[in-house]
Design a protein around this ligand. Structure first.
Ligand code: ADP
Ligand code: MG
Length: 227
């Protein structure tokens, strides 16, 4: 069976203007991601990884080119439609975890679901508990982020992404702030979620060590995706 295309980029360009100079962050990028894939975007610092993930995650917009998410051209959507798409179809994991310090693990995972009007209160509670269980943080539900290790904090961020039952999880250098032991554990967790729960991951890294664990690697250099 043909796998479902969930992301398709065609000739995507993105420039940043810095005073008189224009930086070409993405150069005519073509990329397709299918449901169930586990893909690493690998490139040096400054190569355009975050720009690419931010455009796919509707956090940033391209200057030209086409971005299809779940078959829909996002440039034709209003800002509200784009926010809904981001909230309902995309899970985002950041390098620096981006947890809310005053909220518990449970509340952090719950937060994005509070603005998703398609999820009832009962369903919300079920999903939050399930996601926390999946990342192995059940005993820490009531703890605050500052009571957890870096690896545990990144697990909270993964649970938060999973609770929305997203079509795609984007992870921008999710292991960059972790030691090698915790990096390995986070990658293993993402791989097992991919294998056992069919969660589609697109993650970026500059760590070549991680590449051996991944079935599909997309190399990016100076804003160009190498084919
Ligand atoms: P990576 O995530 O691979 O380190 P980025 O996507 O962050 O790369 O950056 C790609 C290029 O675009 C770099 O040269 C960076 O300096 C530039 N860039 C990224 N964001 C901005 C911005 N907001 N303003 C100006 N230049 C930017
Ligand atoms: Mg980056």
């Amino acid at each position: 069976m043909q796998k479902k295309s969930i992301v398709k980029l065609e000739a995507v360009n993105k420039n940043y203007q810095l005073g008189q100079t224009s930086i070409s962050a993405l150069k005519s990028v073509n990329l397709e991601i299918h449901g169930g894939e586990f893909t690493a975007v690998v490139g040096a610092s400054g190569s355009g990884k975050s720009t690419l993930l931010n455009i796919i995650g509707c956090i940033d917009v391209p200057d030209s080119g086409v971005v299809l998410i779940d078959g829909v051209d996002i440039s034709k959507m209003s800002d509200n439609q784009q926010s809904d798409l981001r909230n309902q179809k995309i899970g985002y994991i950041f390098q620096s975890f981006n947890l809310v310090p005053v909220l518990s693990v449970y509340e952090n995972v719950e937060l994005p679901l509070l603005i998703n009007h398609e999820v009832s209160e009962q369903e919300r509670a079920r999903r939050v508990k399930e996601a926390i269980l999946e990342v192995g943080l059940e005993p820490f539900s009531k703890n605050r982020p500052d009571q957890l290790s870096g690896g545990q904090r990144q697990r909270v961020a993964i649970a938060r992404a999973l609770a929305g039952h997203p079509l795609l999880v984007l992870a921008d250098e999710p292991t960059a702030n972790l030691d090698s032991e915790n990096s390995g554990k986070i990658i293993e967790l993402m791989l097992s979620l991919n294998k056992n729960k069919n969660v589609t991951f697109l993650f970026s890294t500059h760590d070549e060590k991680l590449v051996s664990r991944v079935s599909r690697v997309v190399h990016i250099k100076d804003g160009a995706v190498q084919t």
